[in-house]
Design a protein around this ligand. Sequence first.
Ligand SMILES: Nc1nc2c(ncn2[C@@H]2O[C@H](COP(=O)(O)OP(=O)(O)OP(=O)(O)O)[C@@H](O)[C@H]2O)c(=O)[nH]1
Ligand SMILES: [Mg+2]
Length: 304
Amino acid sequence: MLLDALMAGDRRALGRAITLAETGGDRAAELGRQIREHTGNARVIGVTGPPGAGKSTLTNRLIGALRAGGQSVAVLAVDPSSPISGGAILGDRLRMTSHTDDDDVFIRSLAARGHLGGLTASTPAVIDILDAGGYQQVILETVGTGQSEVEVGEIADIRVVVCTPGMGDDIQAMKAGLFEIADILVVNKSDQDGVDQTVRHLESMLSLRGPEHTRAVIVPTTATKGDGIDDLLNAIDRCSTILNPNERRRDRTRRLLAGRAAELLREHLLRHDSERLDTACRAYENGERSLEQSARDLLKLEYP
Ligand SMILES: Nc1nc2c(ncn2[C@@H]2O[C@H](COP(=O)(O)OP(=O)(O)OP(=O)(O)O)[C@@H](O)[C@H]2O)c(=O)[nH]1
Ligand SMILES: [Mg+2]
């Protein structure tokens, strides 16, 4: 039985289960159902940010720090297959080779197959497999490219957004996506100029975030030297308030379901409910309703 072998810590079974999940189909769905009750033990740490910010170097350091604490670690690096970061997988592999002989470290690259430009549709299933397979920490590295950070927000229990000094206006542009989901904002490459300025800039942006967001913490790091990694790990630990597997599983499912429902709603409105969409659209264009009001009208939500 694949499930038994997987739960017994058999690495080949783990690889087979992941491949099955990536292929999809009935057998994958069946495995997914079987393992559900064995999930919720792993902590999923999402590490995202612009290309080249140092996510893989930082992840490599995190692996080391978590291993030193006796934790087993799985890393999923999502290859954005964008021309900018071509060869990312090879780069990631090279930067994480210090852990390849360690049985309690598992590193796998997932190809992003265009699912909303970010994560693959099978990522949640692969995380469940790693979780059931006994990995205590799962690090999900993705390049923040538009939609993907929203998905990381849905999948990861803790969201680490990596930026670098001197991003200036780029940070402003980041606001809508990356910034909103962050539990922890890492300013990596702190060995470069402009760290203090970037930290101040981030602080002032954080103070503008609405009350629905809990306040993110800012952690400067120099991943190449290992500086600030302990601070980062402490910040991650402080974010990990859910300890019970049932709660963690439910929390994860809630986020995934809400995200998927939002996607379906969008499709539904565009394809099958265009009359209602047009009505709301007209009210907005006539200036009768604001964009926010029109959107709420569509959802039949009362405007606060
Ligand atoms: N000076 C300096 N360079 C760093 C630091 N961290 C990473 N780098 C360098 O930045 C480059 C990119 O690092 P990666 O870890 O591959 O960055 P990444 O965010 O994973 O990149 P992609 O996966 O391609 O988006 C490498 O040349 C690293 O050596 C740092 O703290 N200081
Ligand atoms: Mg990388």
